[in-house]
Design a protein around this ligand. Structure first.
Ligand code: PMP
Length: 296
């Protein structure tokens, strides 16, 4: 498979208030965000030209930065206009957006109060995280060695780059062992989430999902909970022990990039994507396309 590097593509990126050619959207090696993890980002999707949950993502970017002690120097309106411009210039109507904000190079130490806050927004086509045939059977999850940290240990509600260190390590270990992704427990040993998506279990027609008290309460997670409730499905948000997986008939993940991805196996334990998963996949597809229809 030939890889097209992300720094060597055609197109345009919004950087600190202006549009720059894709390959010129650069930062210096002595950047606080790179050395100390003072960086937050978003992952968004647009469907038929409309960004799904646009405002929620804009708000979360601001909130993520505040949780790391810095303020995004652009209003919601400016960021949303920038996102629209990036989509237009790159001619993307169905794709992915990546806003990112980080501390710059003015100071290079733990204390970095005077650093400039940079913001960039890129967008590219990303049809589906997994191939349709893999998605149909359900992906295979390994159990991760790392656990989601306690909110007393890290700013767990922030979509902070630094929190992904253990996700990449865990995902790589899972892939090396032949799995698609890794399932992480939390610091107490409860089921938490996958490396970039939230977890849902279906037990006897009802939905159970881990309480999001130490990991990202995903925008897709909240959307799927609302869709399930609208469909009359009972939803339990609670602490779930790994031993309870044997009681689940269906398992799926949710995330902006992953959308709803069925899970076929968790470390040897098998699940079959079933009626509830498919019903919610259809409802999610309809919800994501509703904005596109309205705009058309
Ligand atoms: N958890 C993690 C660690 C993630 O990276 C993501 C993707 N942003 C999610 C959960 C799901 O969040 P959302 O539905 O807002 O994309």
């Amino acid at each position: 498979m030939s890889i097209i590097p992300f720094d060597d593509r055609d197109g345009f990126i919004w950087l600190d208030g202006t549009i720059v050619p894709w390959r010129e959207a650069k930062t210096h090696v002595l950047t606080h965000g790179l050395h100390y993890g003072s960086c937050v980002f978003e992952g968004e999707r647009c469907y038929g030209g409309a960004i799904f949950k646009n405002r929620e993502h804009t708000e979360r970017l601001h909130r993520s930065a505040e949780l790391l002690g810095f303020t995004i120097p652009y209003s919601y309106e400016v960021l949303e206009a920038a996102k629209a411009e990036v989509l237009k210039l790159n001619k993307i109507s169905d794709g992915y957006l990546r806003p990112v904000a980080w501390r710059g190079s003015e100071m290079m130490a733990i204390s970095a109060q005077q650093t400039k806050i940079h913001v960039a927004i890129a967008s590219w086509a990303w049809p589906s995280m997994y191939k349709p045939e893999i998605k149909q059977k359900g992906i295979r999850l390994a159990m991760a060695d790392y656990k989601r940290p306690s909110p007393e240990t890290a700013p767990t509600a922030s979509k902070a780059a630094g929190l992904y260190m253990i996700c990449t390590i865990s995902k790589h270990a899972a892939e090396k062992a032949g799995f698609d992704d890794a399932l992480m427990l939390d610091y107490r040993g409860y089921l938490a989430e996958a490396t970039g998506a939230n977890l849902f279990l279906v037990m006897d027609g009802e939905i159970h999902t881990p309480k999001a008290d130490c990991f990202l309460d995903g925008i897709t997670r909240r959307t799927v909970i609302a869709l399930a409730k609208e469909a009359g499905i009972t939803v339990h948000e609670r602490h779930i022990k790994p031993e309870e997986l044997v009681r689940a008939q269906e398992v799926f993940l949710t995330g902006t990039a992953a959308e709803i991805t069925p899970v076929g196996e968790i470390q040897g334990q098998k699940f079959t994507p079933g009626a509830v998963t498919h019903q919610l996949m259809d409802a999610y597809t309809a919800a994501t396309r509703a904005g596109a229809k309205a705009a058309a």
